[in-house]
Write a protein that binds this ligand. Structure first.
Ligand SMILES: O=C(O)CCC(=O)C(=O)O
Ligand SMILES: [Fe+2]
Length: 311
């Protein structure tokens, strides 16, 4: 099965309304076309729970990102502003930031709702595939730190189309459900070769992330991928299916058999927060306290394979 060998597969017949996908892109496109001053009113660094606009300048720590040029809009489970975790200062849970664009919230949140249902469905299917009792994974997804990203890549002029825009990484969560409009995504094969992922508007690209690799004791692999500047402009929408903030991720005992656990237990939220410090300079601000102390040289243990091989 593709999830085991390569960690990426595509699904069709997923039940997501393709019109809604199109309308979500239209709102993303409209928002990104606004002046910088407008977009910066929703700057992610103004939020305490990692929501909002990510400008081109918010560049993470990736040596291979020689031609990085993308902006994003990040959102998650839209909790009320009296949510106890939010009030307690949780860095990933709380209300979304919504731009003052008529219809944006309605369309994007209805996309979030549909895609999160699909995320649950695929998680349930994977439980069956792995021979796990129903709910083994999904019971840990009652208040997940799952995020939706609206992404807009722009290739700088005079740049080669083989240059790297989004640097090689694994995704930090359980699964990613990606819809993309344009070419550019590449995936690392088991033989450490980069291959292009074809674009198909009716399909979702699904990949395994770090949390699921650990849960399955490496049976499913969190696969490195990157985005090249193949298109002058590119839109995509990854949805990251995660566990709850405080879920302790460690190999499921049913999957261990005779093998020892190859992964040390870690909290879902702690892993994500640590990796976000690598990706978001705003989180390295000393005023953010403990979080900022993680920097520099943050490495993701799930990316070892990538670091060992040449590009
Ligand atoms: O834009 C894409 O196709 C992939 C994006 C991605 O890998 C990510 O945001 O983690
Ligand atoms: Fe990714």
């Amino acid at each position: 099965m593709a999830a085991r060998e390569i960690g990426f597969f595509r699904i069709i017949g997923h039940g997501i309304d393709l019109d809604l996908v199109e309308r979500t892109y239209q709102y993303a496109q409209y928002f990104f076309a606004q002046p910088d001053a407008f977009k910066r009113r929703y700057y992610i660094g103004l939020s305490t729970n990692h929501r909002g606009y990510v400008p081109f300048t918010e560049k993470g720590d990736y040596p291979d990102e020689v031609s990085r040029s993308y902006e994003a809009f990040d959102l998650g489970l839209d909790l009320p502003d009296d949510d106890p975790d939010y009030l307690a200062g949780n860095r990933l849970l709380g209300p979304n930031v919504w731009p003052d664009v008529a219809g944006f919230k309605q369309v994007v949140s209805s996309y979030y709702n549909q895609i999160s249902v699909l995320g649950r469905l695929i998680s349930t299917a994977l439980e069956t595939h792995l021979g796990l009792p129903p709910g083994t994974m999904t019971q840990h997804m009652s208040k997940p730190i799952s995020q939706l990203r609206l992404l807009h890549y722009v290739r700088d002029q005079e740049i080669e189309d083989t240059s790297v825009n989004m640097g090689a990484h694994t995704d930090y969560e359980c699964l990613t459900l990606l819809h993309t409009r344009n070419a550019g995504l590449q995936v690392m094969t088991a033989q450490d070769r980069w291959i292009d992922v074809p674009v198909d508007h009716s399909a979702y690209v699904v990949n395994i992330g770090d949390m699921l690799e650990a849960w399955t004791n490496g049976q499913l692999r969190s696969t490195p991928h990157r985005v090249l500047n193949l298109s002058p402009e590119r839109f995509s929408m990854p949805y990251f299916v995660a566990a709850n903030h405080d879920t302790m991720i460690q190999p499921f005992p049913q999957l261990l058999g005779q093998e020892p656990a190859g992964y040390k237990p870690f909290r879902a939220g702690a892993h994500l927060e640590r990796m976000l410090v690598r990706d978001f300079p705003y989180l390295r601000d000393p005023r953010r306290g403990e979080l900022s102390k993680n920097h520099p040289g943050i490495e993701n243990p799930f990316e070892q394979r990538m670091n060992q091989s040449s590009k």
